[in-house]
Design a protein around this ligand. Structure first.
Ligand SMILES: Nc1ncnc2c1ncn2[C@@H]1O[C@H](COP(=O)(O)OP(=O)(O)OP(=O)(O)O)[C@@H](O)[C@H]1O
Ligand SMILES: [Mg+2]
Length: 457
């Protein structure tokens, strides 16, 4: 596997190297060209100034004077007549002969470059015409040895090579730091995810980045926390399930053993058998509820909503539950204004209310009272289940919707509760897009309120 930092580094290097090479090439060309042009211009203006003198006096003496001046300088001059015959020159003329173009009628008065190829030729050269009364009388050829330009270019190339190497080294160093800087947090995150997959959820990543890297680090930490929470939940849940299953099974096994070993009177046999059946029923109920919760967790629960008219709906519930409440001598009242609707799955809504009413009945003393009512509040429909039972201590209130949570484990067990009822209620209410709240005062009563948002007409 190639490391990301290496890949990034190579990519950066080639991009920057290409860019810098192109810029160097461009700069080098520009400098060379302008330097040569400068040389040619100064050569030409030097020729022009000789020409100006010669235009005033085009005679042997002046020509000799001009030639003398040039023989002292780095440049050379060759003066010809209008037909190209050499009149005088500052150095032996053989080297210059091939550049002399003979009669050149088209030369402009400010002169012209006749050789600019400094790379291949030994000289660069210009020519200036000498005119008298509008007639061409002679030509001033100026020459400059290209050796000086070559040595200047060599120096320039050396400078370019040095700065080129310096930039390459700098680029490499910067790229190494940069790519390491970019990949370092990624490597840390990789290590963190490895730890998470091993089950070590307490990873912490430094939050020094306020960019996408920082967001990614934060997401990983959140993921770790969520996973930790879920794992803890799952373990607790499994522990509770096995505990809940073990208790009735112990009863069943214990009483079955007694029945098998001893010759018991009929009533006692009856009693033990009833206990066995009750515990078996409790197990069946528990498994059913667990299965229901599992389906809710996986969103396999189809909620088929329809418009439910609460008044007749409540009446039906009352008819079904009234005998059970009467048996416990608890007053059960139902109240609902006519034409109040909610969008709900009637079967599930019934399940929710049965669960809440079952609790209300279970945790109310004899001669208590339980109320089921519905009311409209602003744009919401509230369904309230209220009892005047023993209530729930304040510290337990936030926990009662948790799976297997019971306030008083010993006592509620005798009432047959497993602590799953409210967990199912909460899931079902949320599956409807509704909310559930609870308020309670110890020894005064409890009030559950389901809130359906949005009015249905
Ligand atoms: N109306 C109420 N009055 C007093 N305590 C209540 C009331 N409703 C619920 N509780 C408390 O909340 C706990 C959780 O209720 P939940 O309905 O989830 O479980 P359960 O009734 O014990 O068992 P299940 O409903 O699964 O048979 C109960 O054990 C009880 O302690
Ligand atoms: Mg219950």
């Amino acid at each position: 596997m190639k490391k990301l930092s290496v890949k990034l580094g190579i990519l950066f290097f080639f991009i920057i190297f290409g860019l810098v090479t192109f810029m160097f090439f461009f700069l080098h060309n520009g400098i060379t060209q302008s330097r040569v042009e400068e040389e040619l211009t100064s050569l030409q203006s030097r020729g022009n100034s000789h020409r100006d003198i010669l235009e005033k006096h085009f005679d042997q003496d002046t020509i000799a004077h001009v030639v003398l001046m040039e023989s002292e300088a780095e440049t050379d001059v060759v003066i010809t007549n209008q037909d190209g015959q050499i009149l005088n020159s500052s150095a032996p003329a053989e080297a210059f002969v091939k550049y002399l173009k003979g009669p050149l009628p088209s030369i402009p008065s400010e002169g012209r470059v006749i050789e600019g190829h400094w790379e291949d030729e030994p000289y660069i050269s210009t020519v200036s015409p000498v005119e008298k009364d509008g007639q061409l009388v002679g030509l001033v050829y100026m020459f400059q040895d290209t050796a000086s330009i070559h040595s200047m270019m060599k120096r320039l190339n050396e400078h370019f090579a040095i700065s080129g190497w310096i930039s390459v080294i700098f680029t490499i160093v910067i790229i190494i730091f940069l790519s390491k800087g970019i990949t370092k947090p990624l490597l840390k995150m990789k290590a963190a995810t490895r730890e998470i997959s091993k089950g070590n959820y307490s990873v912490s990543l430094p939050d020094t980045y306020d960019d996408e890297m920082g967001e990614l680090a934060e997401s990983i930490e959140t993921l770790a926390r969520d996973l930790q929470y879920l794992t803890k939940q799952r373990n607790e849940f499994l522990a509770s399930i096995s505990h809940e299953l073990r208790t009735p099974l112990t009863y069943i096994k214990g009483y079955a053993d007694i029945l098998r070993k001893q010759d018991l009177p009929k009533e006692e046999t009856e009693k033990y058998l009833t206990i066995i059946v009750d515990e078996a029923n409790r197990l069946t109920q528990l498994v059913k509820e667990l299965f229901e919760l599992a389906k809710l967790d996986q969103n396999q629960f189809a909620i088929v909503k329809e418009k439910v008219d609460l008044h007749p709906f409540f009446e039906k519930i009352k008819q079904r539950l009234l005998p059970i409440f009467q048996e416990s001598k608890i007053e059960f009242t139902v109240s609902c204004p006519p034409n109040l609707y909610v969008m709900a799955d009637p079967l599930r809504l019934e399940q929710i209310l049965f669960n809440l009413l079952d609790n209300a009945k279970k945790y109310s003393p004899n001669n208590g009272a339980v109320v089921l009512k519905a009311l409209k509040h602003k744009n919401e429909v509230h369904i309230v289940v209220q009892d005047h039972g023993k209530g729930i201590p304040e510290k337990d209130l936030p926990l009662i919707f948790n799976r297997f949570y019971r306030v008083d484990k010993a006592r509620t067990r005798s009432l047959g509760g497993s602590g799953l009822g409210l967990a199912i209620v909460k899931e079902l209410v949320h599956a409807h897009g509704a909310d559930i709240t609870v308020s309670s005062t110890e020894n005064a009563g409890t009030c559950f309120e389901i809130i359906f948002k949005g009015e249905v007409r």
